[in-house]
Design a protein around this ligand. Structure first.
Ligand SMILES: [Zn+2]
Length: 351
């Protein structure tokens, strides 16, 4: 089995490289952030966040599953669809859940477009009627989310443990289970869906400098090509979370030194390396918000735990996107520029 899997992986990677999908991440970031950044836009459409919240609340009443768990499943599915839009076209209007025809109707169902709840159930398909119109409709937001929720309910679904078992049975993928638990804890902590504000990783107004070093072989990132941006600043300058998220990794790495990894709701992994130390409130699983101090600028790394001073103090900041099989790094420089400008503008308007 193993050689087959790695051949498939290699083929997928090769085809991504050939079709230039590496650039996809950057385009998508600006798109993902354009929505919540303009809450007062003159758009007459109802805010999709409001529609989604209503949907989760309604389904929570129907199923007994807390809204933030339903939201986490939906958001995880949305990040998968954003990473592979051709394979996972949007089925409903606001949900991100994707269920293919075979899974929906049942593998042995002679009618792959079946929408009759009784026959779908007969063939052990996932499709259910959540909105009560008599049909299990793959383009209905409520039917889609209800169908997934129904699968979880087979394992209980109301306690966190039951829910995790349900996730495992549905996805058979420990990464999916971890992501959904992470998203769920972020939503539960803040009690809302709109969690896309950002902050620059060091306080704007302090002394620092950085430039675009994407792919630069001479960066201090510890990789063959430099996957990130180095922000040079003095020892002890606070390093702050750039996003709403959850701490996924914290500790020593031979290259990154004392480093922290934070997962956000776009399924991006934000990596902060070479710190001199960590804020004592931050541990694995801690929920953070933009601008929250997580550690301090240092020069740790390139040796055994505690090694420092082998290069000038700086923050190495990288962003990786989870694509299911592997994580792609993308250039954080344009994001950093934007967050810095936003914060400078905010500081000005406060004076
Ligand atoms: Zn670096």
């Amino acid at each position: 089995m193993k050689p087959t899997i790695s051949i498939i992986t290699a083929a997928v990677v090769a085809s991504m490289l050939m079709t230039g999908q590496l650039c996809y991440a950057d385009r998508n970031v600006s798109k993902a952030e354009a929505e919540p950044a303009n809450p007062q836009s003159s758009d007459v459409d109802i805010d999709p966040m409001v529609s989604r919240q209503q949907l989760y609340d309604r389904l929570s009443v129907m199923t007994g599953i807390p809204w933030y768990r339903l939201a986490a499943v939906d958001q995880y599915e949305r990040t998968l669809s954003k990473a592979r839009p051709k394979a996972r076209p949007q089925l409903g209007s606001v949900v991100g859940v994707f269920i293919d025809e075979e899974l929906w109707a049942g593998a042995l169902n002679p009618d792959p477009t079946d929408n009759i709840p009784a026959s779908i159930q007969w063939f052990n398909g996932v499709g259910r009627d959540g909105d009560g119109d008599g049909f299990a409709d793959r383009s209905s937001d409520l039917d889609l989310l209800y169908s997934v929720a129904t699968r979880f309910l087979q394992y209980g679904g109301s306690t966190e443990d039951d829910f995790s078992i349900g996730l495992w049975e549905y996805y058979h993928n420990s990464r999916a289970v971890q992501r959904i638990q992470q998203f769920s804890s972020i939503y539960a902590a803040f009690g809302r869906l709109d969690l896309y504000d950002h902050a620059f990783p060091v306080p704007v107004g302090t002394n620092y400098s950085y430039k675009s070093t994407w792919g630069n072989a001479r960066g201090w990132g510890g990789r063959r090509t430099h996957e990130g941006t180095d922000i040079f600043a003095n020892y002890g300058i606070p390093v702050r979370s750039t996003c709403f998220g959850v701490v996924e990794v914290k500790g020593w790495n031979p290259y990154g030194g004392w480093r922290i990894g934070i997962r956000d709701l776009n399924n991006y992994y934000h990596y902060y390396a070479h710190l001199s130390g960590f804020d004592k409130t931050v541990g694995i699983g801690t929920i953070v918000k933009p601008g929250q101090t997580i550690g301090w600028v240092g020069s740790s790394g390139y040796g055994k735990p505690g090694t420092q001073g082998k290069f000038p103090p700086h923050l190495h900041y990288g962003v990786y996107r989870d694509r299911g099989l592997i994580e792609w790094a993308f250039d954080p420089y344009p994001l950093l520029r934007r967050w810095e400008q936003d914060e400078r503008r905010k500081l000005k308007s406060n004076h």
